[in-house]
Structure formats: C-alpha cells, structure tokens
Design a protein around this ligand. Structure first.
Ligand SMILES: C[S@@+](CC[C@H](N)C(=O)[O-])C[C@H]1O[C@@H](n2cnc3c(N)ncnc32)[C@H](O)[C@@H]1O
Length: 220
C-alpha cells in the first residue's frame, strides 16, 4: 500500500474509533506479563504512517521497537513523523521477517484485512506467532465480516453516516487502499486461523461497527 495523500486524516474520518485505537492497543500490550518488562521488544507489524509507534513512544519510551512495513512510502511517512533514531525500521512483510521468538509483544492494526484467505492470512498469523516469545501477546485490529443479521443494513448506513459527520471528502482513489481489495473474515474463521497459527482463542477488546480488536497470546 502506498501512503495516500492525507492518510492520517482520512483513516480517522473513515474508521470509527481509529483515533483511540493505537492508544488502547499499546495500553493493552503494556499491561501484558511479558511486554510490561522494562525494555521489552515490541514489533509493530504493518506500521503504516506510524500511529502505533507514536503512542508506544509516549506510553513506553523504554520499549525496543521494531517497525516493519513492505511499503517504502508508508515507512518513509512514519520515519518523517518519528525520526529514524531509536526504532529498528525494516521494509519487509511479517512473513519475511524471520525473527523467531524475538518479541514480547506485537501490534497489527488494519493489516490482516488486506490479505486473502487462501493461506496468506494463515502465513501472516503463523509468522507473527513465531516472532513472539511463548506467552507473548498480539493486539490485532481488523475489519470483520458482518454476522448475518436483519439489522446489518442499519450498521452499514451508520458507517456512511459516521463518515459524513466526520467530514470525509476524500477522492475515491485516495480511499481505495482502505476500502478496496479487502478480505474480511468472520469470528469463527478468525478463531480457526489464530489457533492453527499457534495462538490461544482471541479475547475481544474493541468493537466499533465492523471494526474489531482482539488480544491473543502465543501458546507455550
Ligand atoms: C491500512 S494500513 C494500517 C497502518 C497502521 N497500522 C494504521 O493503523 O494506520 C496497512 C499496512 O499494512 C502493510 N502491510 C500489508 N501487508 C503486510 C504484511 N504482510 N506484513 C506487514 N505489513 C503489511 C501495508 O503496507 C500498510 O502500510
């Protein structure tokens, strides 16, 4: 994904709850048994323009942060925001990272949703689990497929209302990376995938319309 013009504003106007997501995700990880340790290693997978990194720096300046993203434009935007010092920057995917048991915790916000469920999601989650120490935790936030409900039309209408009320006026092409080519899955499928990848069952920690967040722990 390339960094669309105005990504940081667009994402807040498009995604309900986004403004507090990074804060919540970092606070959760900081309360985990392993990542609460001073100087814990934390992976930000798909760091984009750096929202989670800004929050991690503010809440836990002692964390050893590794920020990865396959997009050179996204990484450049994040580095501009945070400066290149004090963070290990890598232009790569999680699957290519090869960092076995290196991290006490990891964050993955709005990344899994863009990967097809043809083995790619499982490979991503397996690589994330492998990168964590046993007992390490992952905060995963993603667009989820809607459950079958007669009220789903209302949820969809509310999402459009949220965007209008937030003043979203972006060109459709600037929204494409966040709205097109997505592969959301339902909760049962997510449970199956994370279990196969080596995580325990997810605990839901956030929901705003169809965006949901989960806390996962690598099995010993
Ligand atoms: C929608 S952006 C989210 C960025 C940031 N986490 C946020 O919340 O604003 C998704 C990011 O994931 C990156 N990405 C896509 N596939 C990835 C993979 N396999 N491993 C790591 N990052 C990936 C994209 O390049 C993009 O920057």
């Amino acid at each position: 994904m390339s960094a669309p013009l105005g990504y940081d504003l667009i994402v807040q106007q498009l995604i309900p709850g986004y403004a507090s997501l990074a804060r919540l995700a970092v606070a959760l990880l900081a309360a985990s048994p392993l990542a609460s340790r001073t100087g814990a290693g934390v992976l930000v997978a798909g760091c984009g323009t750096g929202a989670e990194l800004v929050e991690a720096r503010a809440q836990r300046p002692d964390w050893q942060l590794t920020a990865i993203d396959p997009s050179a434009e996204m990484l450049a935007a994040a580095q501009k925001r945070l400066g290149s010092e004090g963070i290990q920057w890598r232009q790569t995917t999680v699957e290519e990272l090869q960092a076995d048991a290196c991290f006490a915790g990891a964050l993955s916000v709005l990344v899994l949703q863009s990967l097809p469920d043809d083995g790619t999601k499982l490979a991503f989650l397996t690589a994330l689990a492998r990168s964590l120490e046993p007992g390490g935790q992952l905060v995963l936030v993603d667009l989820m497929a809607p459950e079958r409900s007669p009220l789903q039309n209302q949820v969809d209408a509310a999402w459009l209302g949220f965007q209008r009320a937030s003043g979203l006026e972006a060109e459709p092409r600037d929204l494409e990376p966040l709205t097109q080519g997505l592969h959301p899955i339902g909760e049962a499928r997510l449970n199956a995938l994370v279990n196969a990848a080596g995580f325990s069952d997810p605990a839901r920690i956030f929901q705003a319309l169809s965006y949901e967040g989960f806390l996962l722990q690598r099995r010993p």
